[in-house]
Design a protein around this ligand. Structure first.
Ligand SMILES: C[S@@+](CC[C@H](N)C(=O)[O-])C[C@H]1O[C@@H](n2cnc3c(N)ncnc32)[C@H](O)[C@@H]1O
Length: 199
């Protein structure tokens, strides 16, 4: 049987297809560095990637992965920080606006689940949206399969739906049938569509 791609693979598909050349991007939850590795490839040759995580283990894992694949230090920085502080820590190449910010939420595999909090994720998303260029977008993966993840997912879902009803384009993808509460993918555009005209 042909299996459909995982949500994380589809998130990468969006990034590959929507990011312009020389993109300026943030990986707001770099974890083991899988998303950052893709983003580093996509920002080449003249864009910039900032990878952020609140856990030192994640910063170490991402730094090792990106150094191993030979990403130029001129094109990438990795910071131990809370993603709520993104407006305060953006390096110069990103200060004129982001093409995308990636929030692969949930917890680091093998790490503490309590690090996932609805409060900090919501603060971070709200503070990051205004940092996007008009053509920029957010890529959010939520993980409702654990108690902590469900609270975070519910808060994020409510906020994203509000944005959609306020004119932002929103794609929402969830696979059905294989897992009780599988991860869900959300792509939110910063730009707003004009309101529908009622004839
Ligand atoms: C599902 S993992 C990310 C996976 C990762 N993007 C990858 O490709 O391997 C979620 C990450 O979010 C991080 N995180 C949780 N809260 C955070 C916060 N407030 N600021 C920054 N990172 C945070 C966790 O430490 C964890 O590494």
């Amino acid at each position: 049987m042909q299996r459909l791609p995982a949500i994380t693979t589809i998130a990468h598909w969006y990034l590959r297809n929507l990011l312009p050349e020389n993109a300026c991007v943030v990986d707001a939850t770099c974890g083991n560095g899988h998303d950052s590795a893709l983003l580093a490839e996509l920002v080449a040759p003249n864009g910039f990637l900032l990878s952020v995580d609140i856990q030192p283990e994640a910063i170490q894992a991402t730094s090792q992965r990106l150094s191993h694949i030979g990403v130029s230090p001129n094109r990438w920085a990795c910071l131990l920080a809370d993603h709520r502080d993104l407006p305060l820590i953006l390096p110069t190449p990103l200060q004129s606006g982001l093409d995308a910010a990636v929030f692969n939420l949930g917890y680091l595999p093998g790490g503490p689940k309590t690090i996932t909090t609805a409060r900090s994720s919501m603060d971070a998303l709200k503070r990051t949206l205004p940092l996007l260029k008009p053509s920029g977008f957010l890529v959010v993966t939520s993980y409702p399969g654990s108690e902590e993840g469900l609270a975070e997912h519910n808060a994020v879902a409510e906020w994203l739906h509000q944005k959609a009803s306020n004119g932002h384009d929103l794609h929402h993808l969830v696979s059905e049938g294989r897992q009780q509460r599988p991860p869900e993918l959300w792509i939110l555009s910063n730009g707003k569509s004009p309101p529908h005209r009622v004839e």
